[in-house]
Design a protein around this ligand. Sequence first.
Ligand code: OOB
Length: 542
Amino acid sequence: MTPLQQTWPADFAARYRAAGYWRGETFPGFLRQRAAGRPEATAIIGGDQRWSYAELLARAEAAGAGYLALGLRPGDRVVVQLGNIPEFFSAVFGLFLAGMVPVYALPAHRLTEIAHFVAKAEAAGYIAAARGTDGFDYRPLARDLRAASPGLRHVILVGEAEEFTPFASLGGDPASLPPEPDPASVAFLQISGGTTGLSKLIPRTHDDYIYSFRASNAICGVGPESVFLVALPAAHNFPMSSPGHMGALYAGARVVLSPTPNPEAAFPLIAREGVTITGLVPPLALLWAQAAERTPHDLTSLDVLLVGGAKLTPEAARRIRPALGCQLQQVFGMAEGLVNYTRLDDPDAVILDTQGRPISPDDEVLIVDDAGEPVPEGEPGYLLTRGPYTIRGYHNDDAANARAFTADGFYRTGDVVRRTPGGNLVVQGRAGDHINRAGEKISAEEIEDHLLAHPHVFDAAVVSVPDEFLGERSCAFIIPRGERPRAAALKGWMRGRGIADFKVPDQIVLVEAFETTAAGKISRRELRARLRARLLAGETAE
Ligand code: OOB
């Protein structure tokens, strides 16, 4: 098995420890502390379940001991694909307690993606729900996954498990659990937005990740009395750590789970549970603002709405506070690390017009030009970053690491930003060819590869186009081969490829040929840029 690691140069690590960012805390350690300190306090509320901290720990211990009893071993990686249900937490903390490493998949992922995560992480286990909160049946997926993944030894399902191991059956002696892990070790693997090709795996350590949400709690005002609503998928880095459910649990606060982020599901929960803080992507924030105008539910408990994952335009930002009656906090973060927030007491100009500033005084931010030279202050450029919770490398991917990191360890975020005189960042665009569809990142290359597998597709180029609701949507330009494929049929065929639904192109445009120049072929990048420009100029019809 390829070892898991995430290491910072010794002088950096020493500095981060000396500054008090890395305190040697671990996931099992902090859960045990909270369960000992406030055993009766409510930790998790989801569906008809309410678990205290003591109950969460007991359930996680049973799961952890159960994984060991099944034959999973400390160090094993386990892909977890669970929606916003309480078992997400017992399953994940069970893995932490058993010294195993969760690999976070989203409920929207399908066979192609899950098989990739299993292969890339060399996962020994897969945990999912028999049925998702949207009714999707994961059992056929689990069967196909098992057939496709020779190294996968255990499939554990919450609910009607059929031939698989029922999650509820897991149990064992908590004394079988290993001692606390090394805080510098990798705690879990997060999934990258996949800007080029398939998603990469992001190893995060106990030390670095706990720092990021502990510091986020201070910035977002989360304490033991807070009630955090998980509206976005719990496995996503934003609702997990900004300050997220992990920040909330670290603070000893309550975590409320909404099965979907729609106002119909979330508003009654806000009213019933007195939710104080939550996070949304911009399109949902706008939907909530609209729905709040005519809701019968009392939303006055809500103090803070975090909005991030994609650019919130200043016009949209202006609508949110009056409609929802809470403070808006913009967050510009990435699963690889760096997170920026506007501060709760910032002036309106900062809250509405910028994406905030880094969490840590030791977050190093460079804004550079094409040659890698710093741009004049205030000018836009590529954002590079390095710091106490930003990774130095992806898992087992030398090619990606060579592209994504500079020789001195800066992560190339791919985002184009400028810095205001007050030190806040404004996101202006990006370098890479991915589509940010309502916060879901889609790699153009990955979708093109799928399309090229279709017998009637000669060539394909996928681009992002502005979308009033989603921010961006995807458009696939296709040169047909032989028979001209129909858009609806092609979309259906894409779904059949076993990929997340959000990756199926929103729009398909057939063209006769792609442009070339006198000098011959143009780069994919240039091609996508030209096609996009033609589409925006209205030169192509669907
Ligand atoms: C969050 O994480 P990822 O890993 O899904 O995506 C990161 C990318 C950023 O590099 C940037 O391109 C984009 O998403 N992004 C934003 C943004 N927040 C993220 N672009 C413009 N404005 C924003 N506010 O999306 C994520 C992780 C932690 C906290 C928040 C978001």
